[in-house]
Design a protein around this ligand. Structure first.
Ligand code: GTP
Ligand code: MG
Length: 407
């Protein structure tokens, strides 16, 4: 239960009101997580439930409001369900056996456009005969199809098997944070300043993840604060093969670590692991073209309590204004993303440590569809500190994309 949500696959249940989405989630989890009733529109906001789906491991199921909801509030709920649909690892379309309307077709169209693997569950099989023709036509479109009765717990194991097979065949495994930058026996220096933003008594997730991965890959890792760099280098008989630093001290680190020792940052590695680093580097190129009066969107997926020197609210905006003059900088917090991105020249998203890779890629896709450049905090900080070229040295393709976008 301690696995962070950003490291769990997300499965979402979508369909018309009363199709049995909440009943199915309860049957899958074998618990009463979601409220079930015969009143259409019982589930209003997306409900998340984390549990273990063996052999995949820790996952999150998301129950959503019916896609056929009506009225002003109903339409707002539909929009919320569709926004969730866009970043799911697997979409589960739930409908009553024998029915398939423009609503289900609309969901399927959207999952196809987004490349989201899809499982169709024809529920309430106790009330109706299965329609094999419809099922085989959906199978022909690449969906797994299962007949079930959530209420009578029939077909639930088949739904689980369909989900597991879909994950194994159709989802891309997470990219490791450290990629293939290290070999067994390498020495890696990790530089982690402990500032007011550091959590009490522990390190932040990307740092912990990096240490774990380095140990798993047989590398040696030395973890220091930024004031011990020269001393540590002097003590080492051979220089480290790689230095990974917190972005906030990247300028100092680049100065103190002699070339050609490669330097990257935790957030650049996060961008590599969690999104598309090449696109984020291209997005940083768009930053170079900002002019006074331009609008920039800072987007943060978690809703932490803002710190005095908050990176997204204070530090990056100040660096941007110092470099480009008076900009209009908006802030979007949480899993919601503004629908209309067209006023923005660039979106600077956080590293996304609490969300999944598909969530970050969905945001990128939405921005790209509206022709708006996107980068992330880490890449932007290295650029604003004047060291992005060096910090991308381990990622030549991203380095090239940045240079091209600057022209
Ligand atoms: N006969 C039968 N009834 C079912 C089955 N699954 C769910 N139901 C009933 O269908 C009704 C709606 O179920 P829910 O699980 O609340 O449906 P939902 O899709 O979550 O509905 P909303 O939250 O309103 O969108 C309830 O009365 C359930 O008891 C089933 O397999 N067979
Ligand atoms: Mg429901």
């Amino acid at each position: 239960m301690e696995t962070p949500k950003g490291l769990r696959l997300h499965f979402g249940l979508f369909g018309k009101r009363n199709a049995g989405k909440s009943s199915l989630i309860n049957a899958l989890a074998n618990q009463n997580i979601s409220i079930v009733s015969n009143v259409a529109g019982t589930t209003t906001d997306p409900v998340e439930k984390a549990f273990e789906l063996s052999p995949i491991g820790p996952v999150v199921f998301m129950d959503t409001a019916g896609i056929d909801d009506v009225g002003e509030l109903g339409l707002a709920r539909v929009q919320k369900s569709l926004a969730v649909l866009d970043w799911m690892d697997v979409a589960i379309i739930v409908c009553e056996t024998g029915t398939w309307s423009e609503h289900e077709e609309g969901i399927l169209k959207r999952t196809k456009e987004n490349g989201t693997p899809t499982v169709v569950v024809f529920n309430k099989i106790d009330l109706c005969q299965p329609d094999e023709t419809l099922a085989s036509s959906l199978r022909g479109k690449g969906c797994r199809v299962v007949f079930a009765s959530a209420q009578n717990r029939v077909g639930i194991d088949e739904v689980k098997s369909a989900l597991i097979e879909t994950v194994l065949e159709q989802t891309e495994p997470d990219r490791p944070l450290m990629g293939n930058l290290v070999k067994p026996g390498d020495t890696v220096l990790l530089i982690t300043p402990i500032d007011t933003g550091a959590p009490k008594g522990r390190l932040i997730l990307p740092q912990v993840q990096a240490i774990r991965e380095l140990l798993d890959s047989g590398a040696k890792c030395i973890v220091i604060k930024e004031d011990r760099i020269a001393e540590t280098l002097a003590e080492l008989k051979t220089p480290p093969q790689l230095v990974v630093t917190d972005s906030q001290v990247v300028q100092r680190v680049v100065k103190e670590i002699p070339e050609p020792i490669p330097v990257t940052t935790f957030s650049i590695q996060m961008a590599y692991s969690k999104s598309d680093l090449v696109a984020m580097a291209r997005g940083a190129g768009a930053l170079t073209k900002l002019k006074p009066g331009d609008k920039v969107l800072m987007a943060e997926t978690c809703s932490h309590h803002p710190l005095q020197d908050d990176i997204g609210r204070v530090k990056i905006p100040n660096w941007l204004k110092k470099k480009f003059g008076e900009l209009e900088i908006d802030m979007a917090v949480g899993k919601d993303f503004p629908e209309d991105l067209s006023p923005y020249k660039v979106i600077i998203n956080c590293g996304g440590c609490i969300v999944t890779r598909r969530h970050m890629l969905a945001r990128l896709r939405i921005a790209q569809a509206q022709g708006v450049a996107m980068t992330n905090y880490g890449v932007a900080i290295s650029y604003l500190q004047g060291v992005l070229g060096r910090a991308l040295a381990c990622h030549p393709e991203a380095q090239k994309a940045f240079e091209e976008a600057c022209r």
